[in-house]
Design a protein around this ligand. Structure first.
Ligand code: ADP
Ligand code: MG
Length: 320
């Protein structure tokens, strides 16, 4: 198995300063929010790598950096060995970028309402200069819709059907890697599993690689081969799915598992995670999870834990 996506020391800051005049008057320095902090991961070709974490943990920012919708502040992303974050070898970078596509969370916002489905689906293929005659119709069938749907507009479809169109669109440029950002979070529960099954089938049939982003552990369990757990922009734990579900090591991962909406024998939901996510503009020193962590000691308040390999799990915690 070869690595197709490699992220090294990936960082992304956002400038969240007040307007210049306010800063001068109030004598405030610029303020930066760290959305992604030194993230490393590798995705093997033909596998599904899931990033899981609460809202605001940096999942979408990582996904956007991988497909090139957002630039990295620091660090590198390689696709098939080509560093797409560098600025040399323009031709090679654009060739590498052509191997990428993205499926977005909101199937209502991500399809141009004025375009016919045919044109929506054909667009990525057209941009790559591929033959598009009959392609939208073929892809519509592949995602479980009908070839006649090519002449309709997005508003004529349900949420689940629109996401199928989004998938057909992503497939049209024959990508090797698809970043799927919460692709079923906006859908009714009853439709979610159908769309997830379709995505799983396509991944296997076409040998695709997915970077699959979700805040939902049940969805991740359904889809992933390997899982990375994000907290405040940093990876805190990464393991093959079976390992992570059988023995989560990081206290945050355990907290997520405890919080996952599970029904006990009486049909009650179990508690949500304790404590707030801290402010990413002023993250806590040491381990950024320490204010919420039941195991925290003075070491955790001062020294940032490094990633360690324990069995086939990578984990950053002083106490595991
Ligand atoms: P997730 O997808 O896990 O919910 P995001 O990647 O969207 O997280 O956001 C990570 C952090 O970066 C959040 O604190 C968010 O508010 C911040 N952020 C994302 N995009 C921007 C932006 N364009 N400007 C400023 N802050 C941003
Ligand atoms: Mg997001």
């Amino acid at each position: 198995m070869s690595v197709i996506v490699r992220a090294k020391a990936l960082r992304r800051l956002f400038d969240v300063s007040k307007p210049w005049l306010n800063r001068v008057v109030e004598r405030e320095p610029k303020a930066f929010l760290t959305a992604v902090a030194d993230v490393d991961f590798e995705i093997e070709e033909g596998s599904v790598y899931a990033l899981v974490g609460e809202s605001g943990s940096g999942k979408s920012t990582i996904g956007k950096m991988v497909v090139g919708l957002t630039s990295a502040t620091d660090g590198t992303i390689e696709i098939d060995g080509i560093a797409i974050t560098g600025n040399d070898q323009k031709a090679k970078i654009s060739e590498a970028r052509q191997k990428l596509q993205m499926i977005f969370q909101d199937p209502y916002a991500s399809l141009n309402p004025r375009w016919k489905v045919r044109d929506i689906i054909a667009e990525p293929a057209k941009l790559r200069g591929l033959e598009i005659k009959g392609l939208p119709e073929r892809l519509l069938q592949q995602v479980g819709l009908s070839p006649e749907d090519a002449d309709k507009y997005p508003h004529e479809f349900s949420g689940g059907q629109r996401q199928r169109i989004g998938i057909a669109r992503a497939l049209s440029s024959e990508p090797k890697v698809i970043v799927c950002d919460e692709p079923t979070s906006a859908l009714d529960v009853s439709v979610q599993s159908q769309v997830l099954n379709l995505m799983s089938d396509l991944q296997e049939q076409l040998g695709l690689t997915y970077l699959f982003i979700s805040h939902d552990l049940t969805v991740v369990e359904h889809m992933a081969d390997k899982i990375g757990v994000l907290y405040l922009g940093a990876l805190v734990e990464e393991a093959p799915k079976e390992t992570l579900f059988a023995s989560p090591l990081h206290p945050y991962t355990r907290m997520l598992f405890d919080a996952a909406p599970r029904l006990d024998g009486f049909g009650r939901e179990i508690d949500v995670p304790k404590g707030e996510i801290p402010d990413p503009i002023n993250p806590p020193p040491g381990c950024s999870f320490h204010p919420r962590c039941p195991l925290a000691t003075s070491l955790c308040k001062t020294v940032r834990p490094q990633m360690r390999l324990i069995g086939d799990t990578r984990v950053s915690c002083h106490h595991v």
